[in-house]
Write a protein that binds this ligand. Structure first.
Ligand SMILES: Cc1cc2nc3c(=O)[nH]c(=O)nc-3n(C[C@H](O)[C@H](O)[C@H](O)COP(=O)(O)OP(=O)(O)OC[C@H]3O[C@@H](n4cnc5c(N)ncnc54)[C@H](O)[C@@H]3O)c2cc1C
Length: 610
């Protein structure tokens, strides 16, 4: 469906949507007009690409969520179960102890047959990566339970394989991953090894056959590790060899040279984790090598360089986590907007007629809650799309900038779009706290995003402890100078000049603070500096999102349709709100980080325990 639509419309070369043609969202789940606007109408962020494809593919994605989005609460309520006794045919390649909601398979099949798994296929649609991320934003907007995470993980596993796998492995496994025949996972974590993957105990020993190893150990938290829906599951798995942490491809069913499926690999699913949210994607713990002494795995990349290779997948997944969080924020905004328009509370006196009932959207504090959600979710989405665009660039400077942005893209949307969801629930009052509305599910689902793919704490250490000093500080300086250029560009337009001055001042203070903290670390006061890493992460994140907002506000204000368009005016208002409410806090945080040592430093475990 998607492929046909895309091909037909590529030929027609639809002219790009202009700002004045913006119309309100046609789906309760997503806002494809805003996504299209962010992709094509905000200069300096997204590398330009053929815009004729954008609306057709986003519309196809919107049709998909409109048709199937009602299923998501089922995946939330009917959590996956672990029932090994129910496997009727152990010889079947798809035999699995995991029982999912029966609609899961048909939904995932629909996704495949609509062509969404093949958007990046060079022989197929070959869409720009940034556009595929926007499509993922639309499809995931209705499936916050994470059920489509099966295909996100698969796509990222396929990309990792293509980047680092040997030609033999690529030819055997890649096509089946992108045509939707098999699914993929990332299997890093173990019970004792989460944030610190150096602690993994799973071991791999060479069998003597080139590239082949026997793997023994146990994995924890693997999303989609098994499901019984498709014939094979391909794990991207970390294990230790004598050379150190290495990356392996571990199939559920071995694959013969002619591509047919061979014997079942030696691993066992031992159970599922019962989660507060994201229940559409079974999360498993499992052990390898219990029967024969080792599951078969194939080395990807060099021995001992597994983490370096795995970062390719982790970084892509981190962009997807950011998108997932931004989408939850925007979905919360849409759900709470719909409610706020209809919900009547209070009456306003009017001369010579009965008091007029007031929809809550007219109360200032409710407007504030809605504006805050808009500022966070659309700022976050712009940041994610920008990162996606950088990641498809081959320019060295863009790659360097992306290194700084990755921890921000992962962590800022997860923290602040969860905050947005808090306000979405608040708009609904007591109803927001019930299961009659989707917001409580969205909030629970979004809560995962601060945890997986590296917790917020780990992202903050990565940013302050590593990225600020990357390439002798060149990466972070590049970030600061790109923000500075944006300030310069928007300094003379009356609509953005005040924002520009505020952002320039916050950026200057951030630069001083960064230098101060980096100098401290260089002088050996690493723990003292890192005690402030979370505040630092948010200060940098606020500046980055401030940058995203000034670009959006500048683009909106410069549009000839600005005076008549509430959409465009709304962009400027959301930017102003973000600066007034959030960016304004950055200078205060910076001076605290510069001028005082955090009390955290003098607090010991014993102080907290007594
Ligand atoms: C639903 C779900 C799905 C997941 N899916 C996958 C998956 O598909 N594949 C996979 O491999 N993993 C997966 N994970 C695992 C996930 O990546 C880890 O949970 C995460 O990295 C944190 O590890 P942990 O749970 O062991 O927490 P810990 O590492 O024990 O951390 C606990 C707390 O301590 C903090 N902390 C730890 N070390 C430090 C430090 N050095 N300095 C400061 N603070 C620190 C952390 O920030 C955190 O707040 C999933 C997890 C969940 C919950």
């Amino acid at each position: 469906m998607l492929q046909q639509t895309a091909r037909a419309l590529r030929a027609r070369a639809l002219s790009r949507r202009t700002l004045s043609s913006y119309s309100p969202p046609s789906s309760r789940f997503c806002d494809i007009n805003d996504l299209s606007w962010q992709l094509h109408s905000v200069p300096h962020l997204i590398a330009p690409f053929d815009a004729s494809m954008t609306m057709p593919v986003l519309e196809a994605a919107e049709n998909f969520v409109n048709a199937h989005g009602h299923l998501d609460p089922l995946f939330d309520v009917h959590e996956s179960k672990f029932e090994p006794a129910r496997i009727s045919d152990k010889s079947s390649p798809s035999a699995s102890p995991i029982v999912l909601h029966p609609e899961t398979k048909s939904l995932l099949d629909e996704y495949v047959s609509a062509g969404f798994t093949q958007m990046q296929d060079p022989d197929g649609m070959d869409l720009p990566y940034t556009l595929t991320c926007a499509v993922n934003a639309v499809t995931s907007s209705a499936f916050t339970s994470g059920v489509l995470g099966h295909w996100t993980l698969t796509q990222c596993a396929a990309n990792l394989l293509a980047e680092h796998g040997s030609p033999e492995l690529v030819s055997k496994y890649h096509a089946k991953l992108i045509d939707g025949s098999w699914t993929g996972t990332m299997a890093l974590s173990e019970t004792q090894a989460g944030s610190s993957l150096l602690e993994i105990r799973t071991k791999a020993t060479p069998t003597g056959n080139p590239g082949e190893y026997k793997i023994k150990g146990a994995k924890m938290w693997t999303s989609g590790a098994d499901h019984g829906m498709y014939d094979n599951v391909i794990h991207m798995l970390l294990a230790k060899t004598e050379a150190g942490i290495s990356l392996f491809l571990v199939p559920k069913n071995l694959v013969n040279d002619d591509g047919s499926l061979g014997a079942r690999n030696d691993y066992e699913i031992n159970g599922v984790n019962h989660k507060m949210g994201c229940r559409g994607l079974a999360n498993c713990y499992w052990s390898l090598g219990d029967e024969t002494g080792g599951a078969t795995g194939y080395l990807i990349g060099e021995e001992g360089k597994g983490l370096n290779c795995m970062f390719f997948m982790m970084n892509e997944m981190r962009i997807h986590v950011g998108i997932g969080a931004a989408v939850c924020g925007k979905r919360g905004l849409q759900e709470s907007l719909t409610y706020a328009v209809d919900r009547i509370q209070g009456r306003r006196k009017q001369p010579n007629s009965p008091p007029k009932p007031i929809p809550i959207i007219e109360h200032n504090d409710v407007k504030r809650m809605l504006l805050q959600q808009k500022a966070y979710s659309e700022g976050a989405m712009m940041l994610c799309l920008f990162a996606a665009s950088l990641s498809e660039s081959s320019e060295k400077s863009n790659k360097l900038l992306l290194e700084v942005l990755i921890p921000l893209v992962k962590s800022w949307p997860s923290e602040w779009c969860l905050e947005a969801n808090k306000w979405a629930i608040q708009v609904l009052g007591g109803y927001g706290f019930t299961r009659d509305f989707p917001l409580e599910q969205i909030y629970r689902d979004n809560r995962l995003n601060m945890i997986h793919e590296g917790t917020a704490g780990i992202q903050s250490l990565d940013l302050l402890g590593r990225k600020t000093m990357m390439a002798d500080g060149a990466a972070f300086k590049l970030f600061l100078s790109r923000v500075g250029e944006a300030c310069e560009r928007h300094s003379s337009d009356p609509a953005t000049s005040a924002l520009s001055a505020q952002l320039a001042s916050a950026t200057e203070k951030l630069a001083d603070t960064t230098l101060h903290l980096v100098t401290k670390m260089a002088a050996g006061e690493v723990d003292e500096a890192l005690a402030s890493s979370h505040d630092f992460l948010n200060a940098v994140g606020h500046v980055a999102v401030g940058w995203m907002w000034i670009e959006q506000a500048g683009a909106a204000a410069a549009d000839p349709a600005y005076e008549e368009s509430h959409f465009l005016q709304g962009k400027v208002l959301a930017a102003k709100y973000f600066y007034e409410n959030d960016l304004s806090k950055v200078p205060e945080v910076c001076s605290r980080l510069r001028n005082s040592v955090s009390v955290v430093n003098s607090t010991t475990a014993s102080h907290l325990l007594h």
